[in-house]
Write a protein that binds this ligand. Structure first.
Ligand SMILES: [Zn+2]
Length: 416
């Protein structure tokens, strides 16, 4: 089986090239349907899901639907849909997971064309959601379609999901699907939602993420009489620098998988305090963005922060509160030897003709949600990496390339 399946790779390539117009046309029509996340003021995924469903039903697929109820949404249900082919081993599935929702277009004057009326220029399709995550969603769906047309026996099931709510925490998307136990322990998970322009990076690890809000409460007084008050701003600045020092001193390990090889602890936002110069601020609010390599736990980072805070409370007699604005613990890195990582590496090498490189990233994708539940998960796509920006685009060459890579992956199973 394997040897003959290998021989199908050139056919996949010529089929996808032959269907380039059909795939591009589907992509353009899909992008015309505004699917900005409803929590970000958009209409949500309903109409886009209906479009995909009806197209693939027309292609003789049974389209599966696992909608998540969402009382805060006008349609009350957030769609999650999939197409799937059965393979020889029906107990496991190679799943591709693209998301249907997008972020809003942002300031319209920064766009050279209508973000919801795709324009094709110089081999690129410009529209909101073209890169994030339309290209990969279409590549996954059409990879499954290509495998169906090919009619080859697959070693295991192969399917592609279009999920909701990725841009706002995945509560009605991947988190819901994981809660429903829709994935089996031996499934192979591919999340095509991050990548580099030459398509060489295969992401197998993500950092822990921690966003913190610190509030220091002192005593507000006239600036000429500081001894009567407690300058929350000065204490806040000292505290921020101390926390910065403590964390950088205690978390010194490096992990070469990541571009930024160490953990990062960055003071970022501060809130406005008093509006005038001659008042000593009674309150100071600042924030940290931390990305911690998977070797460390966020519990230990938080414990170090609490110790520092307790010291400040004692020393200065101020109230200090710490709030967690966002916390996502990193799942274990997916082994480079795992089947999904190896199949993707083979396909990148043989189909995209690039030398694959395993990497970690400081951002987070839904790949981390799978890794936390123990699934081997590879994150990959070929993108110029400008998500959420004005004039977002997808290169048609990347769309076709990634379709070929995805369709080839299951056919590379078993050979060496
Ligand atoms: Zn995305």
């Amino acid at each position: 089986m394997q040897a003959s399946n290998q021989n199908l790779l050139p056919r996949i390539s010529s089929d996808v090239d032959h269907e380039a117009n059909k795939i591009t046309d589907f992509f353009v029509k899909m992008l015309r349907i505004n699917s900005v996340n409803p929590r970000m003021g958009g209409p949500g995924e309903t109409e886009r899901a209906a479009f995909i469903e009806s197209y693939f039903k027309g292609e003789s697929f049974d389209v599966g639907r696992v909608d998540a109820s969402d009382s805060g949404y006008k349609n009350k249900k957030r769609p999650n849909i999939y197409v799937k082919l059965e393979g020889k081993d029906k107990s496991r599935t190679m799943w591709f997971l693209g998301h249907m929702d997008t972020v809003p277009e942002g300031a319209r004057e920064l766009w050279q064309s209508d973000p919801f009326d795709p324009v094709i220029k110089d081999g690129k399709i410009y529209a909101r959601g073209a890169e994030d995550n339309g290209q990969s969603l279409v590549a996954s769906l059409f990879a499954v379609r290509e495998l169906k047309l090919l009619g080859a026996e697959l070693p295991f099931n192969v399917g592609a999901w279009g999920v909701s709510d990725e841009e706002n925490g995945s509560e009605y998307g991947v988190k819901y699907l994981l809660d429903q136990k829709l994935f089996k322990p031996n499934d192979l998970i591919v999340v095509p939602d991050a990548g580099v322009p030459d398509g060489s990076d295969i992401e197998i690890a993500e950092k822990n993420l921690l966003w913190l809000k610190f509030t220091v409460k002192g005593k507000q007084v006239h600036a000429s009489l500081p001894s009567k008050g407690k300058n929350a701003h000065r204490i806040g600045m000292m505290l921020a620098l101390d926390i910065d020092h403590v964390l950088h001193a205690n978390y010194t390990k490096h992990n070469d998988l990541f571009d930024e090889t160490g953990s990062t602890f960055e003071p970022t936002k501060i809130e406005a305090n008093v509006p005038n110069i001659n008042t000593i601020p009674g309150i100071d609010v600042f924030y940290f963005d931390s990305r911690v390599i998977p070797e460390y736990s966020l519990d230990s980072v938080l414990s170090d922060i609490h110790k520092t805070i307790d010291g400040y409370k004692q020393k200065y007699g101020v109230e200090i509160t710490l709030e967690i604005a966002n916390r996502e613990d990193a799942g274990p890195a997916t082994p480079t030897t795992s089947e999904v990582a190896q199949l993707l590496a083979k396909a990148v090498r043989q189909v995209a003709k690039k030398e694959p490189k395993f990497v970690g990233i400081g951002g987070q994708t839904v790949g981390n949600l799978f890794r936390k539940e123990g699934f081997a998960t590879a994150v990959w796509s070929t993108v110029d990496d400008h998500p959420h920006e004005p004039n977002e685009y997808s290169k048609i060459g990347n769309l076709l390339n990634d379709t070929k890579v995805f369709a080839s992956m299951p056919l590379l199973a078993g050979d060496s």
